[in-house]
Each structure stands twice: as C-alpha cells, then as structure tokens.
Design a protein around this ligand. Structure first.
Ligand SMILES: C[S@@+](CC[C@H](N)C(=O)[O-])C[C@H]1O[C@@H](n2cnc3c(N)ncnc32)[C@H](O)[C@@H]1O
Length: 370
C-alpha cells in the first residue's frame, strides 16, 4: 500500500471524475480507486492547476492505495471468454485456442487451422454467438479465417468470413490508404519492410512500370512518398484492379496512374522504352516477365526490382545467374548496356531455408560506364 494524493468525489460522480482525470492525464492508473463509505477516492499524480477546470465538486486528501491488478492481455482475454463456453471436463481444448491473429480494419483474421479441429464443432453450434463474443473481446466486429493462398496465377485469397457480411477492409500503412476485399484478394503483412523501402526511394520525376501491381502496395508509396511522375500498373485480377482504383482515388493520385488490366505478357509490350524503373513483385518467381520488363526500360537504361523465393544457400549463385540472364535479354533487345546488382534485400523467410529476396538490378549504357 502507498499513500498518494487523491481526488475524492461522491460515488455518483465517480465515473465522470475518472474520465475527466484520465483526459487530463492526471489519473495514476498504477493504483486502484478506493471506495470510502459513499465516496470514491481516485489516485492522482499530483495536485495540478489543470484540476481546476473540472466542474464536478471534489476535495483533495492523502489516501492509502493498493496497486491495480495487472490488466489481462488480449490472449488471456480470449482464453477467458472461450473458457466460459467450454463444458466441464473439456478444458484440454483450451490448448487449441489460436495464439496468433492479424487485425485488418475491424476484421480479426485467424490462421487457417484456427477452430477447425472437430472438437470445436459442437461448441460453435451450441453457442451461436461464439464468434461475436470473440470479435467483441478482441475489439473487432468481423472474424475471418485465412485459407492457403490459392495456387493460381492471381494468388487469389480464400479467406473464409466467420462473422460479418463483407470482406472489404480499409487499412492505413505508412500514411497511405489501401482497401480490398480480403475474401478475394491476397494480402501479405510480411512485406511491410519492402513497402517502406519502396516508399523511401527517391524516384522524383521517374516513370515506373509495376508489372504485378496488386492493390498498389509498391505503386502507391513510389507515387506519393517517392514522387514518381507516373506509374503504369499491370494487374491480372479484376478484384485487385478495383482495389487499386479505389486506393489511387483515395490517395489522390488517380491522374498519375494508368492501370492495364490483363496478363502482363500482353500489356508490357505496349510500354516499350518508357520506364526508368520496373517492379517485378511476384512470388515464387517473376522470371517469366523479366524479358518484356527489360524492353520497357528507356534507351539510356534504368532499374528492375526482381522478387524471387530463393534457398538461402543458393542466393549468391542466383544473383550471378540473374545478372547474366538480364544481360542476355538486354542484348536480345539490341541494347548496348552493362548490368549490375545494386542491392539485395532479404524481405522475409518464405519457408524454412527459403527467403523472399528482392534484387535491385541497374542497366546503363556501356558508353556511360567508360
Ligand atoms: C504478390 S501479388 C501483389 C503484389 C503487389 N505488389 C502488392 O503487394 O499489392 C502479385 C500480383 O500479381 C498479379 N499477377 C500475377 N500474374 C500476373 C500477370 N501475368 N500479369 C499481371 N498481373 C499478374 C496477381 O493478380 C497479384 O495481384
């Protein structure tokens, strides 16, 4: 117990005073308020002038306070709420409660195995507000379960919506707005470092081709933060095209982006010789687009950002081979360029021993090198 200054108010003003002190940052939350007969004592840091702005009648006294109990973290809260649904004798299933989830807007997104074990079926059927309660305790309104990224070219997501009517989410990252239907479009939170790296490049005045634009995770930072003059964005998935249009409008860059819906094997050849920089953000490999991507570079050269999943021990060899391949493609375009690896970014682990890497390759005319 510790003796502290306290604001004392009649019980009926307790809640309003708690809020007022909290807003003034005067409330000492490390200690628990104490009821003394028909009054409430609220611990404060010190008697400051700002308290005079409070219109509720109060007095200040020294009071003995106990430390507040530690507040439950979201994992404990989730466990506690689920514990309330579980019949006696079945406590062993508490071990199956997911320990990870993501938040997208007000959607709580669990991993693909969450609540799929047969033992949950009866509980979920019986307790028909099971997911409402989970959303509530995690301060969300919708609940989803991630499905494996579909093995199709558009890497369409298959999120299953467990609570809510729509998968449309709006998120803000690095000062930019993105919106997409999480049931239909893939989202990877692991690419955050690469998104921010793209946003920190100085590309003022550059023309950029984004060969796999998705919902604009790289195009938008390059336009808004990097001040690129224009982005030509190629995208196959109509749902991502919708999302990209939405984000371009929301971030006020609609005029600086041209979207080419369809396979980049047919859209990239329309962009011959116009780009300073090309993004090749497709996993596990973007190799099929390297040749048409190189043909979009300006005559004086430019750079590529090549994404790839590579086994850790083969990264060095892959860099060497990639540079050789790029050079061959440049020669087949009749470009007299030399080609250098500028930087290798290790974005994340994709699988054990396999990394998602981005190789920045620069092309310049051989004359300018001498
Ligand atoms: C890794 S995802 C999105 C990456 C994107 N930079 C983002 O995070 O928003 C790759 C995207 O490439 C698109 N895509 C795949 N193959 C394509 C192709 N041949 N032509 C155009 N887009 C393609 C997919 O639909 C998907 O949206």
């Amino acid at each position: 117990m510790d003796e502290l200054s306290a604001v004392i108010v009649p019980l009926q003003f307790g809640e309003a005073m708690y809020e007022a002190l909290r807003r003034l940052k005067a409330l000492n939350k490390q200690y628990a308020p104490v009821r003394v007969d028909e009054e409430l004592a609220l611990p404060i840091y010190s008697e400051t002038a700002s308290l005079h702005s409070i219109e509720i009648p109060y007095r200040i006294e020294k009071v003995m306070f106990e430390h507040s109990p530690p507040s439950l973290n979201p994992h404990q809260q989730l466990k506690e709420v689920i514990q309330g649904f579980i019949p006696k004798g079945m406590e062993h299933i508490l071990e199956l409660i997911p320990t990870k989830w993501e938040r997208l807007d007000d959607l709580i997104l669990f991993p693909k195995e969450a609540f799929t074990q047969p033992v949950w079926d009866g509980i979920i059927q019986e307790k028909n507000d099971f997911f409402e309660q989970i959303a509530h305790v995690l301060q969300g309104r919708r609940v989803g379960r991630q499905q494996p990224i579909a093995n199709d070219t558009i890497r369409s997501s298959q999120m299953e919506l467990l609570l809510g009517d729509s998968g449309w989410v709006e998120v803000k990252d690095n000062g930019l707005f993105y919106g997409f239907d999480a049931c239909k479009v893939m989202y990877s939170s692991g690419n955050v470092t690469e998104r921010h790296r793209m946003g920190s490049l100085n590309v003022e005045g550059e023309v950029i081709v984004d060969a796999f634009a998705g919902i604009g995770y790289y195009s938008l930072p390059l336009l808004v933060h990097g001040k690129a003059i224009h982005v030509h964005a190629c995208e196959l998935n109509p749902e991502s095209v919708k999302a990209l249009n939405w984000a371009a409008e929301k971030n006020d860059v609609l005029k600086s982006i041209t979207i080419y819906e369809g396979d980049n094997q047919s859209t990239l050849p329309q962009l011959r010789g116009i780009a300073d920089r090309v993004l090749l953000g497709l996993l596990p490999s973007s190799e099929a687009a390297w040749k048409p991507a190189i043909s979009t570079l300006k005559e004086q050269g430019g750079s590529l950002h090549i994404h790839m999943n590579v086994e850790e021990e083969h990264i060095e060899k892959w860099v060497e081979d990639t540079i050789k391949t790029c050079l061959t493609y440049a020669e087949s375009e009749d470009r007299d360029w030399h080609c250098t690896d500028q930087h290798l970014e290790k974005v994340k682990w994709y699988a054990p021993r396999v990394r998602h890497v981005v190789l920045d390759v620069s092309f310049a005319s051989s004359n300018s090198a001498s």
